[in-house]
Design a protein around this ligand. Sequence first.
Ligand SMILES: [Zn+2]
Length: 352
Amino acid sequence: MKALYVLEDSTIINSQGEIIFFSLEKFINDIAKGDCCFICGASPTEKKFNNEHIIPDWILRRFDLYNKQIKLPNGSYIYYRQYVIPCCEDCNSLLGKEIEVPISELLSLSYKEIIERIHLDNDLVYLIFRWLSLIYLKTNLKDKFLLADRGTRTGSKKIGDSHIWEDIHHIHCIARSHYTKAKIDYNVFGTIFIFPALNLEENNTFDYIDNSAAKVVMVQIDDFCIVAVLNDACAGFTLWKNMFMRITGPLSPFQKREIISHLIYINLHLKERPTFYSSFTENGTYEIKAKIPKQVELIESENEVISIGTLLHLYVKDIMSEFDGKNEVLESIRLGKRGYLFNQNGDFINHS
Ligand SMILES: [Zn+2]
């Protein structure tokens, strides 16, 4: 029998003093706004710290990204080698062993091989989901160090100041579940799609996008991309599966962004949201569970600032090359009159 102890603020520790569950208050004070290790919660005064790469080291090595730059939410760029957050040495090693080693083995395979492996062992999907939760958590934690106003560099407001940490608390529980050994209920997992994708630079394609508010994450590695919604309990899958079934070829960068736009839109417009909670049994078992709405429905509203068109416009405007009439094309995308996935007959537009 494993003994657990509840502290005054509802944080739960085990008999070794390890934090099994962070109260919301402790998560915000120690992790989101403080400088404690984002996995175990240790202070830099009590343990040795080093840096954890936000985009994992095996990806940086494989795609030779150390001296390349990633675009940040404030529009500025940072070298991948500097895109790190502090982490205690023990947790950094544990992340490598428990998450990055098995994930790098799996995601070094081709699209076809990965799908075959998942058919044999469905738990691999959940491993991928936990890995994406971890990357999302790290990008959001990094935002607490980055100035919101890239122009002046004089303001003190950070990108992370506008994050709603209450909503990220649940993703923190998922991202550290390898440490707490929490059992994650099947209902907790969100939408996750794995698509074949066009490999634009001959075995050298890596791409990463996340949307902090909608908790949508996309990663492309060579010939496949994975898109996940971290807190929708599969609402996006429910509403979008008919479109998904119509995709019959590898995705172009524009098509990938259209899917991201749909999933962001859905997750920001759910009439009723799933809620997540941690549950503990008397014998010390920790389970992360979800309460799911009976029906998945969207809020109906017109003339919205956030539409699928405005989202797609946001994500494609920077990757579109220059051509005559570009502004008109962008405007019709913004108005939702133009897309990349399907033609007028509703057939998938295959670029392969
Ligand atoms: Zn730690």
